[in-house]
Design a protein around this ligand. Structure first.
Ligand code: FEO
Length: 167
C-alpha cells in the first residue's frame, strides 16, 4: 500500500472512531433528557460509524498495510438544546466528508485506483448522512422553541424518510 495513502486511511479510522464516540455521547444526552427517539437515532448512528471504522481497519490490513487503533478524546457532552445536538451532527458529517474528499484527491494524485474504488462507498454514505443531518436540522429550525414540536420530532425521528438527492 502506498505509505501516504495508508497514513490517510489510518487518519480516517480516527475520524470514524471519533464520530462513533461523539454520537454515543449524544445518544446518552438524549436518553437522560427524555428524548428516547433521538437517543435511538444516535445509538444507531454510533454503530454505523463503528462499521465505517472497522471496514477501513480490515481493508488496510488486507492490503498489507497496518491499521492503527487510535486513542479517542472524551467526546462533547455539554449540550443545552436539541438544536445544538443536531448542529454538532451536521458539523461532524461535513468534516468527515471533507476528509474523504481529500483521500479521493490524493488517490488520484498517486494513481491509487484501488483505494479510490474502495472509497466510493464512503462517498455515497456521506451524501446520505449529510442529507439526513441537514434535513433534521432544518426541521428543528422550523420547530424553534415549541415544546410540543420537540415532542413530535422525538416521537417521529426514526420514521422520517430522508430523500437522498444523489440517488
Ligand atoms: Fe462515517 Fe458519517 O462518517
Amino acid at each position: 500500500m502506498i505509505p501516504e495513502i495508508e497514513k490517510l486511511l489510518n487518519e480516517q479510522i480516527t475520524y470514524e472512531a471519533k464520530a462513533s464516540a461523539q454520537y454515543l455521547s449524544m445518544a446518552c444526552w438524549a436518553d437522560v433528557n427524555g428524548y428516547n427517539g433521538v437517543a435511538d437515532f444516535f445509538y444507531t448512528q454510533s454503530e454505523e460509524e463503528r462499521v465505517h471504522m472497522t471496514k477501513l481497519v480490515k481493508f488496510i490490513n488486507e492490503r498489507s498495510g497496518i491499521a492503527v487503533i487510535p486513542a479517542i478524546d472524551k467526546p462533547r457532552d455539554d449540550f443545552k438544546t436539541l438544536m445544538e445536538l443536531f448542529e454538532t451532527f451536521l458539523d461532524s458529517e461535513e468534516f468527515v466528508t471533507a476528509r474523504i474528499n481529500n483521500i479521493i484527491y490524493e488517490c488520484l494524485q498517486h494513481k491509487d485506483y484501488n483505494v479510490h474504488n474502495f472509497m466510493q462507498w464512503y462517498v455515497a454514505e456521506q451524501l446520505e448522512e449529510e442529507a439526513t443531518a441537514r434535513t433534521l436540522l432544518d426541521k428543528l429550525k422550523i420547530i424553534g422553541d415549541d415544546k410540543s414540536g420537540h415532542y413530535l420530532f422525538d416521537r417521529d425521528i426514526n420514521t422520517f424518510q430522508i430523500e437522498d438527492s444523489a440517488k
